[in-house]
Design a protein around this ligand. Structure first.
Ligand SMILES: CC(=O)N[C@H]1[C@@H](OP(=O)(O)OP(=O)(O)OC[C@H]2O[C@@H](n3ccc(=O)[nH]c3=O)[C@H](O)[C@@H]2O)O[C@H](CO)[C@@H](O)[C@@H]1O[C@H](C)C(=O)N[C@@H](C)C(=O)N[C@H](CCC(=O)O)C(=O)O
Ligand SMILES: Nc1ncnc2c1ncn2[C@@H]1O[C@H](COP(=O)(O)OP(=O)(O)OP(=O)(O)O)[C@@H](O)[C@H]1O
Ligand SMILES: N[C@H](CCC[C@H](N)C(=O)O)C(=O)O
Ligand SMILES: [Mg+2]
Length: 501
C-alpha cells in the first residue's frame, strides 16, 4: 500500500452501521497513532478496553471505528454525534486481521506457520534454509526478526496484524516467494495472523509456559490449536510432531477440519519416521524413513530435539510443494540458529564450546541434557541470572546447572540495576542446596568466567555458555557494554591455544 493511497470500507471487507461510507487513509490499534482518515480498531485489552480511547481517536480525525458492543457502549455519546463510520464486530481483533490483509494486499506466494512451546524459531529458520538451498527467495519471520532474502527487525514473535501485513507486503515487494512464520500463543489468541493465507502449518510440542497470560493449560492449548482449527484453511496441510503428548490431539483437530496430514516422529507409522540417531562431538547422524523409504543424513546440529525440528521443517517444505527427495538432500546443509546450541569455538585438543540462550531453570536442564550425549568427557557450564527479573528462578538455575553439568561457573548476565554479587549469591545458594558446592565456583567478570571455563577443557570435554545466546551486550546499570558470548569463546580459545579459534 503506497503512502497517500486510500481504500473504501468495502475494499477492506467492512460494513458500517447504517451503511455509512468512509475513505480510509491508514489503520491503527493505538489511539496515540491515529491520523486524519484512519480506521481506529478499539480492541478489548488485558488492562483496558480500547473503547476508552474512541473519543481521543475521533478528535485526532479517525474516519471509522472498529470495535465490539462493549467498546461502542464506552463511547456511545461521542459516537452518536460523530460522522465517523462505526463497524461493530463480535471479534474485532479477527476483523482487523482480515482488514489489514486487504489494506496491504500482497503476501508471499507460499506462507507456512509453526506453533508449539519450543522450537518455533528453529523450525521457521530451518524451513527458510531448506527453501534457500532449493533456490527460492525465502524468509523466516519471528523472534529473531525477518531473516533471509529480506531483513527487518521485529519487536514481537508474531507481530500485530498491521505490522505483520506490512512486513508480508514488503517481503513480497522484495521478491520473496516463500515465508515461514512463528505463531506465538499470544498471536493466535489475539487473532494476529488470521488474515494470512497459509498453505501449511506445523506443531512442535506443548509444555508449561505463559500461564501468566492464558487462564490455564486448556486455554493455552486451545490458543495453539487455533492455528489448525481456525487459521489454516481446510485445504491446507498440517505437519504434526506426533511424539509429543499433545500431537495426536492436534492431528485430530486438523483431521476434523479435513486438512491433509504429514506426521513426523519416532512413532511407528509416522510419514517422516525417525529411526535412529547417533551423536558426535559437533553433530549427529539421522536415519529416517519417508513413506517407508530409508534416508540418512549428517546434521551439524547439537541436541536430540534438533532432529525433530529439522524433520518438521522438512515436512513443512514438502507440504508447501517441494519435492521430498530434494528437500532431504538439503538437510545436511542446515546451520544452527544463532545462539541456540551454537558451536562457538573448538580447542586445539578437540574440546568444544557452545553458546545457548537458556535463561530459565528448565531451559538450562534441557540444554545440558541435550549436549550430554555429544560429550565423551566432562561437561562444564557457565551460568548467570539477569538482574531486575524473576528472583525466584535464580537458585533453581544454579540447581539445574549443577544437577546436569560436571562443573559450574557462576557469573554475571545483565545485572542491570541490581548488585551483581547478590544475584550470584542467589544462584550459588541453589548450587549448595543441590549439594554441589564443591563443583561450582563464582567468577563475576563474564569474560574471565568464559576464559576459565575454556581453560578447564581437556580432550573430549565441552563447555556450554548459557543465558545470552544471540545477545550482543552486557547490561550493567543503565549502560550496555558490547559483549558477545560466541566472540568471547573464540578469544579465550585463541588466548589459550595460540590463535586457533
Ligand atoms: C499481553 C499482550 O499480548 N498484549 C497485547 C494486547 O495489549 P493489551 O490487551 O495488554 O492492551 P491494553 O493495554 O489493555 O489496551 C487495550 C487496547 O487499547 C489500546 N490503547 C491503549 C492505550 C492508549 O492510550 N490508547 C489505546 O488505543 C491498545 O493499543 C490496545 O489495543 O493487544 C495489543 C494490541 O493488539 C498488543 O500490542 C499487546 O502486545 C504487547 C505489546 C506485548 O508485549 N505482547 C507480548 C506479551 C507478546 O505478544 N508476546 C508474544 C511472544 C511470547 C513468547 O513466546 O515469549 C509475541 O508474539 O511476541
Ligand atoms: N523441539 C524442541 N524440544 C524441546 N526443546 C527445544 C526444541 N527446540 C528448541 N528447544 C529449546 O528451546 C530453546 C528455544 O528454541 P527456539 O528459539 O527455537 O524456540 P521458540 O519456540 O521460538 O521459543 P520462544 O517462544 O522463546 O521464541 C532452545 O534454545 C532449545 O534449548
Ligand atoms: N527476554 C528475556 C531474556 C533474558 C536473557 C538473559 N540474558 C537475561 O538478561 O536475563 C528477558 O529480558 O528477561
Ligand atoms: Mg521464537
Amino acid at each position: 500500500m503506497a503512502a497517500g493511497q486510500t481504500k473504501s470500507l468495502a475494499e477492506l471487507g467492512l460494513t458500517a452501521q447504517g451503511g455509512r461510507r468512509a475513505e480510509i487513509t491508514g489503520l491503527s490499534v493505538d489511539s496515540r497513532e491515529v491520523r486524519k482518515g484512519h480506521l481506529f480498531a478499539a480492541l478489548p485489552g488485558t488492562k483496558v478496553h480500547g473503547g476508552d480511547f474512541i473519543q481521543y481517536a475521533l478528535r485526532m480525525g479517525a474516519a471509522a471505528i472498529l470495535t465490539d458492543a462493549r467498546g461502542a457502549r464506552l463511547a456511545a455519546d461521542e459516537l452518536s454525534t460523530s460522522d465517523a463510520a462505526l463497524i461493530l464486530a463480535e471479534d474485532p481483533r479477527q476483523t482487523l486481521a482480515y482488514a489489514a490483509a486487504l489494506w496491504f494486499g500482497a503476501q508471499p506466494e507460499v506462507v507456512v506457520a509453526v506453533t508449539g512451546t519450543n522450537g518455533k524459531t528453529s523450525v521457521a529458520n530451518f524451513c527458510r534454509q531448506i527453501w534457500t538451498e532449493l533456490g527460492f527467495a525465502a524468509v523466516n519471520i519471528g523472534t529473531t526478526g525477518v531473516e533471509g532474502a529480506h531483513e527487518a527487525p521485529l519487536a514481537h514473535t508474531t507481530p500485530e496484524p498491521i505490522t505483520l501485513h506490512r512486513v508480508l507486503a514488503d517481503c513480497e515487494a522484495a521478491g520473496v516467494t516463500h515465508a515461514a512464520m512463528e505463531a506465538s500463543s499470544h498471536g493466535l489468541e489475539q487473532r494476529r495472523l488470521d488474515g494470512v493465507r497459509l498453505v501449511a502449518a506445523g506443531f512442535t510440542n506443548f509444555s508449561q509456559d505463559h500461564l501468566d497470560y492464558h487462564a490455564g493449560f486448556d486455554e493455552y492449548f486451545a490458543a495453539k490449536a487455533g492455528l489448525f482449527a481456525r487459521v489454516l484453511p481446510e485445504d491446507g496441510i498440517a505437519v504434526i510432531n506426533v511424539d509429543d503428548d499433545k500431537g495426536p490431539a492436534m492431528a485430530e483437530i486438523a483431521c476434523a477440519r479435513g486438512q491433509d496430514l504429514i506426521t513426523v516422529g519416532r512413532a511407528a507409522g509416522s510419514d517422516i519416521q525417525l529411526q535412529a540417531q547417533r551423536f558426535a562431538p559437533t553433530g549427529q547422524d539421522l536415519r529416517f524413513d519417508w513413506k517407508g523409504r530409508a534416508h540418512q543424513v549428517s546434521l551439524d546440529l547439537i541436541g536430540g530435539f534438533q532432529a525433530e525440528n529439522v524433520l518438521l521443517a522438512a515436512g513443512l517444505a514438502i507440504a508447501a510443494g517441494a519435492d521430498p527427495e530434494r528437500v532431504f538432500e538439503t538437510l545436511g546443509q542446515m546451520k544452527t540458529v544463532r545462539g541456540r546450541m551454537q558451536l562457538a569455538a573448538t580447542r586445539a585438543n578437540g574440546a568444544t564450546v557452545f553458546v545457548d540462550f537458556a535463561h530459565t531453570p528448565d531451559a538450562i536442564a534441557t540444554a545440558l541434557k541435550a549436549l550430554r550425549p555429544h560429550v565423551m568427557g566432562r561437561l562444564v557450564a557457565v551460568v548467570g541470572a539477569g538482574g531486575d527479573r524473576d528472583t525466584a528462578k535464580r537458585p533453581l538455575m544454579g540447581q539445574a546447572a549443577v544437577e546436569n553439568a560436571d562443573l559450574v561457573i557462576v557469573t554475571d548476565d545483565n545485572p542491570r540495576r541490581e548488585e551483581p554479587a547478590a544475584i550470584r549469591a542467589a544462584v550459588m545458594a541453589g548450587v549448595a542446596d543441590a549439594g554441589g558446592a564443591e563443583l561450582a565456583r563464582e567468577v563475576g567478570d563474564r569474560a574471565e568466567a568464559i576464559l576459565r571455563g575454556v581453560d578447564m577443557l581437556g580432550p573430549g570435554d565441552a563447555l556450554l555458555i548459557c543465558g545470552k545466546g544471540h545477545e550482543t551486550g552486557q547490561i550493567v546499570g543503565d549502560d550496555v557494554f558490547p559483549f558477545d558470548d560466541s566472540e568471547q569463546a573464540s578469544v579465550a580459545v585463541a588466548a589459550l591455544d595460540g590463535g586457533l579459534a
